[in-house]
Design a protein around this ligand. Structure first.
Ligand code: ADP
Ligand code: MG
Length: 757
């Protein structure tokens, strides 16, 4: 049988397979080939030994100058010491062997060797003890290391218990056993883009003759990675298009028109375009599958509401899912306010033919819950607003025609699928996100959706000024709290965001009522050493991982900061409240409601307020330990202010000392622009892919191997077009079994991921 990617290594490399399995978990040819070199050495241009990194695993080339075997001083036996000179200019490296036997015949002066091991020192002398090595010009023509001759020397990520030379020898056996490999990239695609075949690409990466060659091989493998992901998305899209949905045709003088007639503002041109797209999609007999992205405050909520009314006009119900209870409750309030009599169908003074809005959250009282469940099940409520609990519990709908998911970055593909399954028929789906998504991410993570983008903000939106405040200047901090008080006196309200909740009895902030929060506190002295990140009860994942445990400055806690502000002369007369995820839903809702109605001046909170919260009089946002937050998160937070008639102010306070070198630059970037798309791009560059493709967002795929979303835009776009073309012309991939196989593997990976949770 021909050797292919799924062939077992055992049948090819024999006994060596055991070592590969224990050392790296490799069992198939695919495992072996997909383990790519991390770099290459050019034996023609060797590194100087003095530059070698101490304590690290290295692979080096050099020539043996001398080799001596002598008796050891302190114990019995002999030692072989070999001086190897680098080829760059005279540096030496000493190889030592405590069992000279067998080595002394090969490591003779003039022998050109590749050695690998961990660099150590003996006195001033660089050393490798019992290194793994191969002689490049061995006159005996030994089989081992033959692959090191000619071309570049591939260097793989270090693997304990597997010497690079043995690894290279085994890989050689595998490469030689392969005659050809079924290629997931169709021939037309390879030809159109000048890509080598799969086997050739693997050879180019593992056994390159030149830098250009391994680059070309790697490019091809990367292209394949993007292509396979895109093909999976294209097939998912085709599959969802194949399920019929009930078209919801626009209705003359229906609820949509009624709301448009009631709005106190005109839709922006962008909103009108998107509304058109939504109505067209809803009227089609295939499920809408659309992502609406737009800056914080760009007016997505009103569009969602119009889409939901269009569904109701078309005889269906619509569900709006929010990531937190605070947001669900706020949506409910905003929606009922916008709808007015439209939401009072069947009630005295309500609109004739109007509908009802039901709110469903996990923490409602039993009777309240029953009423709302009944409204959903009977179809009396055209619009049902709730949290994810909506899916998990036994909510019945009379006819669910549209699902709107707010703030996708906290809502996974799996939940969306579950909700779709719940509807019985395929509902239309609209996903909204306030995090502007760079094109490559949209294509890769949300690639099975059509995207609508709101670029402009409604007119009259106030500018937000952002400043970075460094905590090592107490005077500036004091000024920050004075500024907060001034804002409040001027009629504004203030958010103060902390990275953690902390405990009621957390120690006071140093400086007490003179400098106030923000003074540099070193972990250790004041901090309770056992005090890790809080993990009790909150549902919002609002606290930063590792807060206060990593030996850096202790991070500000909500309780601590509230106490300090209540005692500072500048702020003690203000009405200060707290909000965090460990509070009960009712309590949270009540605080939020009082803040929204102006009965609270300063809200000290965790990032529960990050998404969607809309309080028009909030003018100022103070973020403590701002360096602990990501770019997009800060941008989100900042979007909470400047929503009413007054300009916004955002103060990013840092204590420094987090050990995060890019932090200062990130804060300056956030301060320098309010363009969310620009910030999203910067964010992508500074974050790792794994964070971007949080498992639930990537459909379970735990990460990308070679693709870099920040850098590979052209490649992703090209692969996208090629893959969609392939899938559209051959939906079952009858002509591409190797591609089908790759897609199955992707599915399996996803399933395995879901099982692990
Ligand atoms: P998003 O959900 O995109 O963050 P919202 O829908 O919450 O934004 O809108 C923010 C505020 O702007 C709301 O108070 C909303 O009523 C208002 N708004 C929406 N569209 C317009 C518009 N075209 N003109 C003026 N105000 C608008
Ligand atoms: Mg919103």
């Amino acid at each position: 049988m021909a050797v292919d990617l799924d062939s077992r290594l055992r049948s090819i490399v024999g006994a060596g397979a055991k070592r590969l399995e224990t050392a790296r978990g490799f069992t198939t040819v695919r495992d072996m080939l997909d383990f790519l070199p991390r770099t290459y050495l050019d034996p023609a241009r060797p590194a100087a030994f003095r530059d070698l990194p101490h304590g690290e695993d290295v692979v080096v080339v050099g020539t043996v100058r001398s080799a001596t075997t002598r008796a050891m001083r302190s114990r019995r036996g002999r030692i072989l010491v070999v001086d190897v000179e680098d080829e760059a200019g005279g540096g030496t490296l000493q190889l030592t062997f405590f069992k000279p036997f067998g080595h002394q015949d090969r490591l003779v002066p003039g022998a050109r060797v590749v050695c690998s091991g961990q660099i150590g020192t003996y006195g001033h002398q660089l050393q490798l003890t019992h290194p793994d090595y191969a002689v490049l010009n061995d006159p005996s023509g030994s089989a081992s290391g033959g692959w090191l001759l000619g071309g570049l020397v591939p260097v793989y990520p270090a693997t304990p218990k597997l010497s690079p030379i043995v690894h290279g020898d085994l890989l050689d056996l595998v490469l030689h056993a392969l005659v050809e490999l079924p290629d997931p990239l169709p021939q037309e695609v390879r030809e159109a883009h000048g890509l080598p075949g799969l086997l050739e690409a693997y050879r180019m990466v593992h056994r390159p003759q030149s830098e250009a060659e391994h680059r070309r091989g790697r490019w091809r493998l990367k292209f394949q990675e993007a292509f396979v992901i895109q093909a999976a998305l294209a097939r998912a899209r085709l599959a969802s298009d194949a399920v019929p949905a009930v078209p919801r045709e626009p209705v003359e003088d229906g609820l949509v028109d009624a709301l448009l007639g009631r709005l106190p503002f005109e839709l922006t041109a962008g909103q009108q375009t998107v509304l058109g797209e939504l109505r067209t999609d809803l009227a089609r007999p295939v499920p809408m599958h659309r992502l609406l992205q737009g800056e914080v405050g760009s007016g997505k909520t009103v569009l969602a509401l119009l889409a939901m009314l269009a569904a109701v006009d078309g005889g269906a119900q619509a569900a709006l899912l929010a990531p937190t209870e605070v947001l669900a409750a706020q949506h409910y309030r905003a929606i009922t306010a916008m709808l007015g009599p439209i939401a009072e169908g069947g009630m005295l003074g309500g609109m004739e033919g109007g509908t009802r809005v039901a709110l469903l959250t996990g923490s409602q009282s039993a009777p309240e819950r029953r009423t709302n469940l009944l409204a959903a099940a009977s179809g009396e409520a055209g619009v049902v607003v709730g949290t994810h609990a909506l899916i998990q519990e036994h909510v019945q709908f009379a006819e669910l025609g549209l699902v709107v998911v707010d703030e996708q970055h906290r809502f996974g593909v799996e939940q969306r699928d579950a909700l779709r399954a719940k509807a019985g028929i395929a509902p239309h789906v609209l996903v909204m996100t306030a995090t502007p998504i760079p094109r490559t991410v949209a294509m890769t993570v949300y690639g099975d959706m059509t995207t609508s983008t709101l670029r402009e903000l409604p007119r009259g939106r106030q500018p937000i000024t952002t400043h970075v405040v460094t905590g090592d200047r107490p005077a500036w901090l004091q000024r920050t709290w004075e500024r907060v008080a001034e804002e409040v006196r001027g009629g504004g309200q203030v958010y103060v965001v902390c990275p953690r909740i902390g405990e009621e009895d957390d120690p006071d902030l140093p400086g007490g009522d003179t400098t106030g929060p923000g003074g540099p506190v070193r972990g250790g002295a004041e901090a309770d050493p056992g005090h890790g990140p809080d993990d009790g009860g909150q549902d919002d994942g609002e606290e930063l991982a590792g807060a206060g445990t990593d030996g850096g400055p202790q991070l500000h806690g909500v309780h601590q900061v509230t106490r300090a502000l209540r005692s500072l002369p500048a702020t003690r007369d203000l009405r200060i409240e707290t909000l965090h995820g460990r509070m009960g839903a009712e309590e949270k809702d009540s605080v939020m409601r009082r803040f929204a109605s102006g009965d609270v001046d300063v809200l000290v909170a965790t990032t529960v307020i990050e998404v969607g919260v809309d309080v028009p009089d909030a003018t100022t946002m103070v973020v403590l330990d701002a360096d602990r937050f990501g770019i997009s998160q800060l941008h989100q937070l900042r979007g909470r202010v400047g929503r009413g008639g007054r300009p916004g102010l955002c103060l990013l306070v840092t204590q420094g000392g987090s050990g995060d070198e890019g932090a200062g630059q990130r804060l300056e970037q956030v301060a320098s622009t309010t363009d969310g798309f620009e910030l999203a791009r910067l964010d992508l560059e500074t974050r790792r892919e794994g964070d971007v493709l949080g498992a639930s967002q990537s459909g379970g795929r735990s990460g990308l191997r070679l693709l870099r979303l920040a850098r590979d835009e052209d490649l992703i776009v090209t692969a996208h077009e090629a893959a969609w073309g392939t899938v559209e012309s051959d939906p079952d991939l009858a002509a591409s079994p190797a591609l089908r196989r790759e897609l199955d593997l992707l599915d399996a990976e996803r399933a395995a991921f879901l099982e692990r949770g």
